[in-house]
Ligand binder design. Sequence first.
Ligand SMILES: [Zn+2]
Length: 275
Amino acid sequence: MRYTPFSGDRQQLRRSLLHTGTLPRSRDRANGWDMRRGSAVRLLPFVAGLLLLPSQSDAGNRFVSVPRDYQGTAAAGYAAMSPAECMEELGRRKIPHLSASAEGVEAPIRLAGPMHGVSFRQEHLAADEALNADGGIVDCRLALALDDFSALLAERGIVSVGFVSAYRRDTTGRVPAGQRHPAGLAMDVATFRHGDGTEWNVERDFHGRVGAKTCGPGSQNPVPRSAVSTGLRRLVCDTAAKRVFQLVLTPNYDAEHRNHVHLEVRREIRWFLTQ
Ligand SMILES: [Zn+2]
């Protein structure tokens, strides 16, 4: 779970930009991005994005996008909600849930039934085990995004999602408070089951390549290509295009993501990252 590809700090990056017009060399081999070869033109969108960003701009990934209409996106709306506002919206949508408690999660709940007919189940756990497992706890803000995600899944005949975990404690000590899995704001999804019983499995069917672009012009095509891998890729990219999650990270992001798609609502940023 590394989202800070730059080896230097932010001030160093700014100094480098302002004084030399170049960026320090990234050590992030997973992104395949050798900064020495970056032309000024190619870097312009990134530089513009960096200067637009508020204090927390640590996603130095070439696939970051900083849309002008960020504030109008669903993801921005969810990220900006207070716990009380979110719980009110959760009730208004009648999203089935149970209250929960987890250290570091501001508005912890458990999903307790299908949304738009789509169930979320934690992989490799029986129902009663899942009820007591921390990995099933999500922050309310993530639940709203998952509700929108479920509507998209339902349109495609998917009836259940298997996830590895949502909440988990920070064992590295490096995750900023209020972010990612330790805040219940991210879920790692591994499988999609259709109404006819067919299952798409990210680890088996994604057919990606670490460092490659996942969606949009110039993106990597699944190799080998199959109906399943193409369908899974389209699902991931349509999910990202809905802009209900700030981060959508696939096996293309790095080897740690080989078996899941990471879906995250991130607060206090103004950008999206799909890879
Ligand atoms: Zn994750």
